[in-house]
Design a protein around this ligand. Structure first.
Ligand code: V47
Length: 386
């Protein structure tokens, strides 16, 4: 993409942010202090304008989405008591605990019913009875029925869990799962890397270094992945900056990340929400937009910044398309994890709804595959094959 017109720094009213803006305009890498300035600045519109400028240089007016489908095969998780932000997990004998049979997985996979799905996004709890066999059979069965569908499955935390219960290395697990049909890894389980926060919200979960090591190993094997940050709970600005710095450093090293997705904490039906007195009160739109814009500006080696409309509402996701975001979470079909935590959005969006959101933001919708190759763009009111 050719550089767009020069950025007019008078659009930034906050003096400290303006100094960061000068670096952005000069194409200089931002440092930790710059990131902190961006997170603290009240000048959201200035920040958004900068992020949008940088985004336009890479993607012009194109906004991508995937025809994807979330499947959560098990909510049984032995970290149920210690991952205090999660509302989805259950202990094996707890009410509501489930583990799908293969038949149920296939049933769920057919839920979209329109043959449009191009990606299954499969994640679940750390279930002692969902090991290598369980997922290998699942991926093989899915690929046999839907050979054209990409399988993005299992967070780094789940990969490490399978390695532990099977007494295998991370590399062995990844290779075995790839043979069974795994294509890429989603970005969950990163939460916030800082030790203090991790101890407070996800004590006993895979340590930050180990999360990074799973992704490093995947990238070395040629398995691409996403990454996330769960924000809006007890983390400080410094924790956010440290987290983003770690992701950027791994991307410098491997180039294996496809997209960064900031995840807005949802406080309902989980221990942390009760402790913080935050039930019914999720993140603010201001902070949601800021996290996306900072992601675009600080993660200068990431091609794609994705907004998860389920977490921040389709309306805010639509606005975020002018705050540095180039990718919208897709059709999803039947979302469970955030709905357990109080998300009030739909569980899925129809293609037409996605197109309308993108078009009404003045952008051009484009369906992509899981590696971000554009499959078709939708121009004006007619779908046009690219
Ligand atoms: O790691 C769990 C988060 C993540 C809550 O890679 C919560 O394309 C908010 O990572 N409030 C899993 N968040 C989902 C995930 C994801 C989502 C969409 C796209 C991609 C991708 C990845 O969900 C977990 C955790 O950070 N989560 N509970 C909650 N109460």
């Amino acid at each position: 993409m050719e550089p767009s017109a020069a950025f007019d720094l008078s659009r930034v009213s906050d003096a400290a942010l303006c100094r960061v803006g000068e670096k952005v305009v000069d194409g200089k890498r931002l440092d930790d202090d710059d990131a902190a300035v961006m997170f603290r600045s009240p000048d959201l519109l200035g920040l958004g304008a900068l992020a949008s400028h940088v985004n336009a240089r890479r993607h012009g007016d194109i906004v991508t989405f995937a025809a994807n489908q979330h499947i959560n095969p098990t909510n049984v998780c032995y970290l149920r008591k210690t991952c205090v932000f999660c509302s989805f997990a259950r202990l094996p004998k707890e009410e509501g605990a489930y583990r799908y049979t293969m038949e149920q997985v296939l049933d769920e996979a057919s839920a979209a019913g329109n043959g449009l799905t191009r990606e299954f996004h499969i994640v679940g709890g750390l279930d002692m009875h969902a090991g290598l066999d369980y997922y290998s059979v699942m991926f093989r069965e899915l690929k046999a029925r839907y050979p054209q569908v990409h399988i993005k499955a299992l967070t780094a935390v789940e990969i490490a869990h399978i390695a532990r219960i099977e007494k295998m290395s991370i590399e062995e697990v990844l290779i075995a799962l790839r043979e069974a049909g795994l294509d890429t890894l989603p970005g969950g389980g990163a939460e916030v890397f800082g030790r203090g926060v991790r101890m407070e919200i996800a004590d006993k979960k895979l340590a930050a270094e180990d999360w990074i090591e799973v992704h490093r190993t995947a990238h070395r094997l040629g398995i691409r992945s996403n990454c996330t940050m769960l924000y809006g709970h007890v983390e400080t600005i410094e924790d956010r900056v440290e987290h983003l710095g770690i992701l950027r450093a791994l991307q410098d090293e491997t180039g294996g990340f496809l997209a960064y997705i900031p995840l807005a904490y949802h406080p309902d039906n989980n221990q942390l929400g009760i402790e913080l007195g935050r039930e019914g009160s999720a993140t603010t739109g201001f902070d949601d937009l800021r996290n996306l814009a900072v992601g675009r500006l600080f993660l200068d080696n990431f091609e794609h910044i994705k907004t998860h409309w389920i977490m921040v509402t389709p309306f805010l996701s639509q606005v975020s398309l002018s705050f540095g975001v180039n990718d919208l979470e897709g059709t999803v079909v039947r979302e469970k994890i955030y709905h357990e935590a109080g998300a009030t959005t739909a569980q899925g969006l129809a293609l037409d709804d996605i197109l309308k959101l993108i078009r009404d933001a003045g952008k051009i919708p484009a369906e992509r595959d899981s590696f971000y190759n554009i499959l078709r763009t939708f121009d004006g009111s007619h779908a046009a094959a690219a």
